[in-house]
Each structure stands twice: as structure tokens, then as C-alpha cells.
Design a protein. Structure first.
Length: 394
């Protein structure tokens, strides 16, 4: 039976995340702000953990109730579900809170109220209580407070993974200002790149855009452990806390793991058009190499040390993606203006017929490209308001 799930996603990528959830069979999919609401049955929830590239978290809705005071929150949490199944004292937990309602304006106090409601209930009913564990808890509980159609509402959820899903496990090494993996996946999704034309990143840093692009084109499920692709029946997934929930079905989970891995095995021999990254900094380039290796994508991604301004096109036109430095420090701005100007010159001279997608956190620098964007998608990169800009190079 389908159940309410809220996917927490990068701001700006709600429509992409909704389409991704629909593609794995989610029902009643509705994009919200920084989230997508949908319904999934248990197989669909497992599939989403294995295959969806955009969510930070998949939150399984335990209960929704009217809530405009601490007392209502406390009572609503205690009544929400049978906590002896969902949170036995042997399970550690952590509470996260988003949103506010009048009377519950401070996330920290709302989280404390949820914690108190739970441990009081456990002590009273079970004679023992769970530990609060901030790092690797058995259950991450998420409370969202906000206005519903019938007034202030609380929605209490449990996260299907204790770690954020953007951590795929291939990135031990991080460049100077790496993109989160799920943001990179969403940006690539917007380009529509499908592996049939070349993809270049002249400022590739730790390689996130290229890795996510190749992984997507090769149907590598982000929920599997990174590393050499095994035959599907040997595939191993990352550990997800939803497998310890009441009602978990490990046979169903295994079937989803094998099905996701089969798609990757079938795509493994697929030839991709060239995927090439340049990076000026030798140390950062080494990090990109080790990430590409950890993601088992070495045959498909070529990395070179070099100046991205001098990149040369392969014969067939394709897509340039990049996230050049924005330069937070003053004084860097003049050099960066020159960098953007020279990049624009090189693209206009050598890349006719290509498409450029550039992540910009600084409109003044982007103007130095001397090109006119045909599409601007607002996204947030680590809290910085950015635009994913598309340019047709003539
Ligand atoms: C914002 S970071 C890119 C981060 C990357 N998207 C990632 O996820 O790791 C910009 C990168 O451009 C590199 N860089 C700066 N100037 C360059 C140049 N002229 N040519 C090539 N790379 C350059 C920096 O060393 C840095 O790694």
C-alpha cells in the first residue's frame, strides 16, 4: 500500500526531483519548496533509496496533526505511532525540525519537546529510554511545522537513511569548493546530456559534475556501494536505516537491489561520447582521479591537468558544463573577470555549435563572458544564490 513520503531536495531542483520520483513509480507527486511530496509503496521506497539521485533525504510520514502549542506537540508526538515498534529503547535517535508555527518558533525547543515526549513515553510505558545520538543514530526523526489548510500543522516523519543521500561514498577526496553530488546530478539532468555527445568540464575540481553525468548515463544506482561493478546478484547496497523499520521486507529489498544492479550491468558496455575534465591544480586533479576511480568510472572519464581557458573541442559538438571559481575574496575579482572573459573568447572562437551550462554565483563575473544566456535556472549551492545558465554558442 502506498504511503506518504517527503523527499527533501536542493532548492531550485524540485521539478527535476518530482520527475525522477515519478519515473520510479511514485504516485500523487507534488513539488513543494525544497521538497517533493509523493506516495510510495514499500518497494517504491526501497527503489527511491537505491535509484534517486536528487534527494538529500526520503522522509516517511508517521503522522500529521494540528499543532499550535507545546502541549499539542507533546501529545501529538506520543500518539503518532506505536513507539514500542518504531523506537524501542535499544534504538538511538536524533530529532530535526524545519519550519515554525505560532507558539513554536524555535527549532531547538521544538526538537527538545519531541525528544521529551518520546523519552517520557518510553519511561512510562517501557521502563527505559533511548539514547540521543547526534552522529549515527538508529532513527532520524524529522518534524515539520507549518500552516496547513486547516491551520497550524505538525508532520512527524522518520528518515529512511541516517546519512544524507548526497553522500554516495565515492568522494573521499574533495577539491576546493566541491558541489554536492545530488546538486551536480540535478544540474546534469537539466542539460539533458545522455552520453551521445561529448561532455567537457574545463574547471572540473574534484570531478563531481562529470562523475554524476557518467553515473547517470550508465544507470549506476547511487544507492549501491561504490566500487567495481559486480554481477547483479552479488550487488551490495549502502546501509539504509529503513531496513530496520517495523514491517521491513528484506526479500523485497534484495529484489530491488538486484533489479537496480541489473540495469547498471546492462548499461556497462555502453560506449559514451568523450567525457573530459581539465583542472589547473595538480593536487585537486589527483583528488578527481581518486574519486573517478572510487566510482569505478575510469574507462569513461578522461582527466587532464591544464588551463580550462585553453580547452580544445573534440570533433563532434557537445556540452560544456562548469562551475568556475566565484572568488569570495576581494582582489581576486580582477583576475577572475579576466578568466571569464578569456573563457568566453575561447568558446566563441572554437566551440561554435556547442552548448555551455555554467553555474554562476556572481552575475558581474558572468557578464565578462560576453555571451547572452538563453536560460537561467535559480539554484542554491551551499547557501549561495546561484544561476545555472545555458548559452548557445554560435
Ligand atoms: C568551484 S571549483 C569546481 C568544483 C567542482 N565542480 C567540484 O565539484 O569539485 C573551481 C575549480 O577550478 C579550478 N581552476 C581555477 N582556475 C582554473 C583554470 N584556469 N583552469 C582550470 N581549472 C581552474 C580550481 O582549482 C577549482 O578546483
Amino acid at each position: 500500500m502506498a504511503h506518504g513520503v517527503i523527499a527533501v531536495v536542493p532548492p531550485g531542483l524540485e521539478a527535476q526531483a518530482a520527475a525522477e520520483l515519478e519515473s520510479i513509480g511514485a504516485l500523487d507527486v507534488q513539488p513543494l519548496r525544497r521538497a517533493v511530496r509523493c506516495r510510495l509503496d514499500l518497494a517504491g521506497l526501497y527503489r527511491a533509496h537505491l535509484r534517486c539521485r536528487l534527494p538529500f533525504r526520503l522522509l516517511y510520514v508517521l503522522a500529521s496533526f494540528g499543532c499550535s502549542s507545546r502541549e499539542q506537540l507533546y501529545a501529538g508526538v506520543q500518539r503518532a505511532v506505536d513507539w514500542s515498534c518504531w523506537l524501542p529503547p535499544s534504538c538511538s535517535f536524533r530529532v530535526e525540525v524545519s519550519g515554525t508555527v505560532p507558539g513554536l518558533n524555535h527549532s531547538h525547543y521544538s526538537a527538545l519537546e519531541v525528544k521529551n515526549a518520546l523519552v517520557d513515553w518510553q519511561r512510562q510505558e517501557l521502563g527505559d529510554r533511548s539514547d540521543v545520538e547526534l552522529e549515527q543514530p538508529d532513527r532520524v526523526l524529522h518534524l515539520h511545522l507549518g500552516q496547513g489548510s486547516r491551520g497550524p500543522m505538525a508532520t512527524l516523519c522518520v528518515a529512511g537513511s541516517s546519512e544524507s543521500l548526497h553522500r554516495r561514498g565515492y568522494r573521499a577526496a574533495m577539491g576546493l569548493a566541491p558541489l554536492k553530488e545530488n546538486l551536480a546530478a540535478g544540474l546534469i539532468d537539466l542539460t539533458g546530456w545522455d552520453g551521445s555527445v561529448p561532455l567537457l568540464d574545463p574547471f572540473c575540481g574534484s570531478g563531481t559534475l562529470l562523475i554524476e553525468a557518467a553515473a547517470r548515463a550508465l544507470k549506476r544506482p547511487p544507492g549501491l556501494l561504490p566500487g567495481p561493478l559486480a554481477p547483479a546478484h552479488h550487488a551490495q547496497a549502502r546501509p539504509f536505516s529503513c531496513l530496520d523499520w517495523p514491517g521491513a521486507d528484506l526479500g523485497l529489498w534484495r529484489a530491488e537491489v538486484v533489479a537496480a544492479a541489473e540495469a547498471a550491468v546492462a548499461a556497462a558496455s555502453r560506449p559514451l561520447a568523450p567525457v573530459i575534465g581539465w583542472e589547473l591544480d595538480a593536487e585537486v586533479l589527483e583528488q578527481a582521479r581518486s574519486n573517478v576511480k572510487a566510482a569505478d568510472l575510469e574507462p569513461w572519464i578522461a582527466l587532464q591537468q591544464g588551463d580550462g581557458r585553453q580547452l580544445e573541442p573534440p570533433e563532434q559538438p557537445g556540452i560544456v558544463v562548469c562551475n568556475p571559481p566565484y572568488g569570495a575574496r576581494l582582489g581576486e575579482q580582477e583576475d577572475l573577470r579576466e578568466l571569464y572573459f578569456q573563457l568566453g573568447q575561447q568558446l566563441k572562437q572554437r566551440f561554435s555549435g556547442w552548448t555551455l551550462w555554467l553555474l554562476s554565483g556572481n552575475p558581474e563575473l558572468t557578464r565578462s563572458l560576453g555571451m547572452k544566456a538563453s536560460r537561467r535556472v535559480p539554484v542554491s549551492n551551499g547557501g549561495i544564490d546561484c544561476r545555472w545558465l545555458r548559452y548557445e554558442i554560435r
